[in-house]
Design a protein around this ligand. Structure first.
Ligand SMILES: *Cc1c(COP(=O)(O)O)cnc(C)c1O
Length: 414
C-alpha cells in the first residue's frame, strides 16, 4: 500500500522514503524475519541521533580532528586546458585513510557506541571498507570482526594485514564463490545471531532500510562542503557533477546536495570493465535488471535465473554486482545520467590526473576522470563548470597499474 502511495504522491529525487524504506519500486527490507525488529530499532535510534545536537557535535569533532575535514576543493588548471572546461576536484583522497569511506564508518561506529554495542561486524570485498571500519573501531576501542571471502583474502593480502594491525579479526569465508556476496551472507548470519550486542556496519548506500539513508546522510558532507566551496570560488552552481559508482556512496554523497537543482547535471560513472557485451563489467545501473541483493530491491547483474553474475573491474572497489536503491530510483526518475567508463578509460584517467595535476587517483575515481572527455560540454552555454569527486588516493593501485601498463614486475606489496 505504501508503495502505491509513493507513486500516487509522486516521490521525487531527494525525498526521503517512508518507514518501509522504498525508493519507488527499489529499496525495502528483504531480510530474515528475525532482523526486522533490529532494523526498526536501528531506524528509530538513527533518526533520534542524527537530529541530536550532542551526536552531531561529537561527529563533527572527529570529522575535523581525526578525518581531516573539510577536505579541499582543488582547481585542475592544467587538466582544464586539455579538456576545455573549468574543473574542480573534491579531495576525499586527502582524508585519513585516503578515501571517503571513513566518513561513513566513523558515523556508524559512533552510532553503535550510542547504542551500547561493543562488537562491530563488517564484510569486505577488496578490503577497503574493512580497513575503514577497523580504523573507526580502533579509535573507540571496540571489537571488530570482518568477514572476507577466501579468494579476496588471497588477492588483498596487504589490506588483511592492515586490518589485523588495527586490531580487527578477519574471518575467511569459504562458501560459494569465496568473494563479497558470500562474505555478506556470513556477516548477516553473525548479526542475526548476535543482534543484541553487535552492530553491522555496511560500507555503501546499499543493504536493507535504513542503511541506504544512513550512509547517504554520513556521506553528504562531501557534497555539502563542495557546494559551499564552489559557491565561494565561483559564485555559482556547477554544470556537471561527476562521480564513480560502485555501491554508490561517494556519488550519493556528492550528488545529494545538488539533486533538487535541476540545472545541475549529475553524471554517475560505472565500471565498464572489459566491455558491456561480454559481461565482464560492474555496470548494474547501465546493464542490470531489478532484483534483490543484500536485503534490498535494486538493479543487479544477474542471469536469466536470477543468479548473481560476478562483477568485474580493474578497480576492486567498483567490483560490486548491485548498486544503492536510491540510485536505482534516480535512474528510473531520469534525474542522473549513468554511464560507463571501461578499464582502458580508467587507466587513461589515472595517468592523466597524475601527469597534469600531480595527483595519483585511486582507480575507482579514475573512471570518473576518464569519462570527462566524453561529457557533452557543447550543450553548455559558455565555459562549463565541472565538479568531480576524487573519492580516494591511488597509492593502493600503483603496483597493479605498473603490472598492467609496463612489462615490469614491481614488488610494492608486503
Ligand atoms: C570503495 C570505493 C569506491 C566505491 O564505493 P562507492 O560506495 O560507490 O563510493 C569508490 N572510490 C573509492 C576510493 C573507494 O574506496
Amino acid at each position: 500500500m505504501t508503495e502505491r502511495n509513493i507513486e500516487k504522491h509522486g516521490m521525487q529525487p531527494g525525498d526521503n522514503p517512508g518507514p518501509d524504506g522504498r525508493f519507488g519500486r527499489h529499496g525495502g527490507r528483504f531480510v530474515p524475519e528475525t532482523l526486522i525488529p533490529a532494523l526498526e530499532e536501528l531506524a528509530e535510534i538513527y533518526q533520534d541521533q542524527i537530529n541530536n545536537p550532542s551526536f552531531q557535535k561529537t561527529l563533527q569533532h572527529h570529522l575535523t580532528s581525526y578525518v581531516g575535514r573539510p577536505t579541499p576543493l582543488t582547481r585542475a588548471r592544467r587538466l582544464e586546458r586539455e579538456l576545455g572546461a573549468k574543473v574542480y576536484f573534491k579531495r576525499e583522497d586527502l582524508t585519513h585513510t585516503g578515501a571517503h569511506k571513513i566518513n561513513n564508518t566513523l558515523g556508524q561506529v559512533l552510532l553503535a557506541r550510542r547504542m551500547g554495542r561493543k562488537r562491530i561486524i563488517a564484510e569486505t570485498g577488496a578490503g577497503q571498507h574493512g580497513v575503514a571500519t577497523a580504523t573507526a573501531a580502533a579509535l573507540f576501542g571496540l571489537e571488530c570482526i570482518v568477514y572476507m571471502g577466501q579468494e579476496d583474502i588471497e588477492r588483498q593480502r596487504l589490506n588483511v594485514f592492515r586490518m589485523e594491525l588495527l586490531g580487527a579479526t578477519v574471518v575467511p569465508v569459504q562458501s560459494g564463490s569465496q568473494t563479497l556476496k558470500d562474505a555478506i551472507n556470513e556477516a548477516i548470519r553473525d548479526w542475526v545471531t548476535n543482534v543484541d550486542d553487535s552492530y553491522y556496519v555496511i560500507g555503501s548506500v546499499v543493504g536493507p532500510h535504513p542503511y541506504p539513508v544512513m550512509v547517504r546522510d554520513f556521506q553528504r558532507i562531501v557534497g555539502d562542503e563542495a557546494r559551499s566551496q564552489l559557491q565561494s570560488e565561483e559564485g555559482r552552481l556547477p554544470d556537471f557533477v561527476v562521480a564513480c559508482v560502485g555501491g554508490g556512496s561517494n556519488a550519493m554523497g556528492t550528488f545529494y546536495p545538488f539533486v533538487r537543482d535541476r540545472n545541475v547535471r549529475l553524471v554517475g560513472v560505472e565500471a565498464g570493465g572489459q566491455g558491456l557485451d561480454n559481461m565482464r563489467h560492474s555496470a548494474s545501473l547501465t546493464a542490470g535488471d531489478p532484483g534483490v541483493l543484500h536485503g534490498a530491491m535494486t538493479y543487479l547483474l544477474q542471469d536469466e535465473d536470477g543468479q548473481i553474475i560476478p562483477a568485474h573491474s580493474v578497480s576492486a572497489g567498483l567490483d560490486y554486482p548491485g548498486v544503492g536503491p536510491e540510485h536505482a530510483f534516480w535512474k528510473d526518475a531520469d534525474r542522473v545520467e549513468y554511464v560507463t567508463a571501461d578499464d582502458a578509460d580508467a587507466l587513461q584517467g589515472f595517468a592523466w590526473l597524475a601527469e597534469t595535476e600531480g595527483i595519483i587517483p585511486a582507480l575507482e575515481p579514475a573512471h570518473a576522470i576518464g569519462h570527462l572527455k566524453n561529457l557533452p560540454l557543447h550543450e553548455i552555454d559558455g565555459e562549463a563548470l565541472i565538479l568531480v569527486c576524487l573519492s580516494g588516493r591511488g597509492d593502493k593501485d600503483v603496483a597493479q597499474v605498473a603490472r598492467l601498463t609496463t612489462e615490469e614486475e614491481i614488488d610494492y606489496e608486503l
